[in-house]
Design a protein around this ligand. Structure first.
Ligand code: PLP
Length: 403
């Protein structure tokens, strides 16, 4: 067996299942889950229609690089969204969702034979970053998010000797779970560090289309172009249709950036066998070509967050994020920072599932930056999310009275 498999940590939802085992949810309430970040808004008909219309694609093997017309549709979307000129022949590839792309990129770029191979990741973080790093034979170094700066990652906490052996840096903007969006200054800092130490930056941007400010989130490639780095050197951006278009089951995304990285990435993928089905390619073209459903989807999230956030903000420390579809809240003082106890008791008394924040982060240098927080995924319809929020309010008010 590959001994590196032993280094993998249990996935947060496995830990959640264990935490909730033995809890009997109050049967007076129907179950509501704010646990998994799986979009629940309706899949647009235009995507389903494109899928149904392209079943002839079942009869052929797809190319790993995808059809030229798909790469062109993806590049055109990046042009419209970010004002970018991305070359569809050399700087863009289709992937089966950003999850597999994040994993595969690490396998492509990391050289485990170099002493101290290191991957730097935000903390809290999407757990695939860690698994990708460990299975590529690297070690991880976690940079904490700073609640005092709207959860921006404290890159200054990373020592110089760590940067010196870093081969890959994961960034997530908009962040999961914090919703924080990186600005141009932060990008400049990271590009300077990448130039100095030669590491690759993998920019996970799968929440980019769900935002609450007027200004859409800055993309990594967009930041590079604004700073005169039009070759996107050492930078790869990833996004997907899962959240933008409510198709987590389609498994369709984009990897774009430095042509010198895209080429070996394509080679790796050819052997890995991760070509996108022709049917999914056809549906993806329809999805990237249409923006009306994305505008409508964003409006639904805005309406939902406008209703839910103030309800919860009245009883706990929580605020509207920059973007994404999570609320990242502090548990009330009576729980003494025990986010797991909060999650367990809430399920028992009110039949609502929330994810303990400590499960989304690692303890590093004596601190788990997710501890004392919970993540609430507002993916269900507004009425259900409002009902969950009302139950959480009652739960917090009743536990406050009990102490
Ligand atoms: C931060 C982050 N990155 C990537 C993904 C993977 O999404 P997909 O593979 O559907 O594009 C997720 C899914 O929840 C996520 O939260």
């Amino acid at each position: 067996m590959n001994p590196l498999l032993q280094r993998l940590q249990p996935y947060p939802f496995e830990r959640l299942r264990q935490l909730h085992a033995g809890v009997t949810p109050n049967p007076a309430y129907r179950p509501i889950s704010l646990g998994i970040g799986e979009p629940k808004h309706a899949t647009p008909a235009l995507i389903k229609d494109a899928l149904a219309a392209s079943l002839a694609g079942l009869a052929s093997y797809p190319a790993t690089a995808g059809e030229p017309k798909l790469r062109q549709a993806m590049a055109s979307w990046m042009q419209r969204r970010y004002g970018l000129a991305v070359d569809p022949a050399t700087q863009i590839l289709p992937v089966n969702g950003s999850r597999e792309a994040l994993f595969a990129l690490a396998q492509t770029v990391i050289d485990p034979t170099r002493v101290g191979a290191t991957v730097v990741s935000p903390n809290p973080f999407y757990q695939i970053y860690e698994g990708a790093a460990l299975l590529a034979g690297a070690d991880t170094w976690f940079a904490p998010s700073d609640p005092a700066r709207n959860f921006a990652v404290d890159w200054a906490a990373v020592p110089d000797d760590v940067w010196a052996r870093t081969q890959l840096l994961f960034v997530c903007s908009p962040g999961n779970p914090t919703g924080a969006v990186m600005g141009l200054d932060e990008w400049k800092l990271l590009f300077d560090l990448s130039d100095q130490h030669g590491f690759v930056i993998a920019s996970d941007e799968c929440y980019s289309e769900i935002y609450f400010r007027d200004e859409p989130p800055l993309g990594g490639l967009q930041a590079a172009a604004q700073l005169g780095r039009s070759d996107f050197r050492n930078l790869i951006a990833m996004t997907s249709l899962s959240k933008r278009s409510n198709v987590p089951g389609l498994r369709s995304g984009i990897v774009a950036g430095d042509a010198a990285l895209i080429k070996p990435f394509l080679l790796y993928r050819t052997y890995h066998g991760s070509a996108m089905s022709p049917i999914v390619q056809a549906a993806s073209i329809a999805a990237w070509d249409d923006e009306a459903h994305v505008v409508a989807n964003r409006a639904l999230y805005r309406e939902k967050f406008a209703q839910v956030t103030p309800l919860l903000a009245a009883v706990m420390d929580v605020a509207l994020p920059d973007a994404g579809f999570y609320l990242w809240a502090q548990v009330p003082a009576r729980f003494s920072g025990d986010d797991a106890a909060f999650s367990r008791e809430l399920l028992g008394f009110y039949n609502v599932v929330v994810l303990p924040g400590s499960y989304l982060a690692r303890e590093a240098r004596g601190q788990n930056p997710g501890a004392g927080r919970i993540r609430m995924a507002l993916v269900a319809e507004t009425a259900e999310c409002v009902e969950a929020a009302e139950r959480i309010v009652q739960f917090i008010q009743s536990t406050a009275k009990a102490t």
